[in-house]
Design a protein around this ligand. Sequence first.
Ligand SMILES: Cc1cc2nc3c(=O)[nH]c(=O)nc-3n(C[C@H](O)[C@H](O)[C@H](O)COP(=O)(O)OP(=O)(O)OC[C@H]3O[C@@H](n4cnc5c(N)ncnc54)[C@H](O)[C@@H]3O)c2cc1C
Length: 599
Amino acid sequence: MTYAAPVADMAFALQHSAGFGAALGEGLFGDLSEDVVEAVLAEAGRFATDIIAPLNAVGDRHGTPFKDGAITMPPGWRQAYRAWSQAGWNALAAPAQWGGQELPQAVNAACIEMWNAAAMAFGLGPLLTMAGVDALAAHGSEALKRAYLGKLVSGEWMGTMQLTEPQAGSDVGALRTRAERAADGSYRITGQKIFITYGEHDLTDNIVHFVLARLPDAPAGTKGISLFVIPKILPNADGTLGARNDARAHSIEHKLGIHGSPTCTMVYGDAGGATGFLIGEENRGMACMFTMMNRARLSVGLQGVAIAERATQQALAYARERRQGHVDDAPTASPIIAHPDVRRMLLTMRALTRAARAICYATAVAIDRAERSTAEAVREAAHARASLLTPVAKAFATDIGCEVASLGVQVHGGMGYIEETGAAQHYRDARIAPIYEGTNGIQAIDLVTRKLPLAQGRTVRAYLDEIGRTVDAVDRVNDAGFGWMGVRLRDALECLERTTHWLLARAHNDRDAALAGATPYLRLFALTAGGALLAQEALAARRLAAGAGEAANGGTGAAGRIAIARFFAENFAVHAGALERSITEGADTITTPSAAALE
Ligand SMILES: Cc1cc2nc3c(=O)[nH]c(=O)nc-3n(C[C@H](O)[C@H](O)[C@H](O)COP(=O)(O)OP(=O)(O)OC[C@H]3O[C@@H](n4cnc5c(N)ncnc54)[C@H](O)[C@@H]3O)c2cc1C
């Protein structure tokens, strides 16, 4: 089964839960109108469905064969990539100065979801290129920008992101790739990087590697890391391609999923040193790389939403067709969607997907405000909001990507385990997203140790207050269709407030306890935030239904949105109490007696 972009749902989430509608109304995006945004989303949806989605299974089966240092991408991928970049999709949110269209990051986020839902292995390369554009635009010298940004923005060249080495995974500070200063102001790079996505391929004529390396006199750890641009082929002054750089792919990995995405071991300096160009200042590379990583983390979160959406669509279609058992003594076998347990799975899939989408889009809107607001205080608060939400978006959305893809297999029964349905591919593809771009464990630690203390806790408190206002609004509705939504969300919020306070108090003086609770805390945070965002969608849908009629709900109806928000609150927000106890009471079971338990 193919993928149909849920454009109406995406537009509704942007408009009514992510805060994009309010930003549009305030004029944050100049004269950009809702109609134009919807037209862009609709066109992206057509491209994703017609051109990219058919490549998903091809990429999975064909993989990316490696021979003599070269990689052949799956059949049809080069043509599709060319058509995609020539249509301007790579340049959607990039700076106009370098050929971009400067549309909102939130609109680009919805499009990134579509590319990755159509074929996650296809969408992965461009999301890294876009993150590279951000890093170079923010930190590069004018000369570097002139040499690379135009081609990266247009998609004529693609980018890679290179941190990992055999001894340096989550601990980036352990990396050893060396950079030596050269007389002409460039650097000679030697070393090895592993697991490099799109490190080599034949989609574009040149590849621009963003590589972390260490100068000989650099301080130890992350304070001694610098970021370099290392092109596969060195461009001449006039922009044409010149000499081959001393940078090559040595081999590729054979993986569980995303077979259409080449994962390479890269070798630098076989012939004396690859030529690299410094981005920003020496030893300040982590700050530059964080620009790239933060953008890529949100995009990887969107991969989780994407794969969850695709798995949900496929499971729903199958559940309507497959007949087993007789519900209520029906004379003929019933479609499995009629069974309560199957309905529970399908509702779970849809509700988790929509909650994760709303969190990711809200993060993108915060980035837009941070980049575009004219008031400095608003920009700062929005930047802090985006920083707070980024690890939640990345980790929650990719975790649910796996959970939903797994349920997708389950809905198919035995056929789910058989490759021809495609459900198995979604499950295999989804599994990488909680690992790369900083494992989800590292995201949870980032949330607890760096993001909660932002502005002495004021950033998180402001966010919790906002959730509180949504819960107040649910209470005021007094509509039987909302069931226990208000009560369950209020309970969840109180659990989140108490645990936030508990963790903030321990961030410095009982770090182990805080670290032990980080992962369940991120889940609690996401379930509460996701529940509140879905409640906002339900409130908006109800308001619109009372006024302009069902058409204003993207045709999907207020009843459906209220039912999903209610299902989420009554079946997922209710986990909050257990998560709170696991964080505040369970820490001891992890920090003290665990050694014996693991003997
Ligand atoms: C298909 C694929 C594509 C990739 N693409 C890229 C790429 O393009 N560029 C790139 O640079 N890298 C890439 N990676 C590497 C990826 O980012 C790393 O695998 C990831 O960061 C984890 O590092 P690691 O594998 O060394 O695991 P480790 O760091 O060894 O982690 C193992 C486990 O220990 C946990 N852990 C480690 N340290 C801590 C800690 N301090 N506190 C708590 N828990 C901890 C982790 O959460 C994890 O569960 C890719 C990997 C794969 C498999």
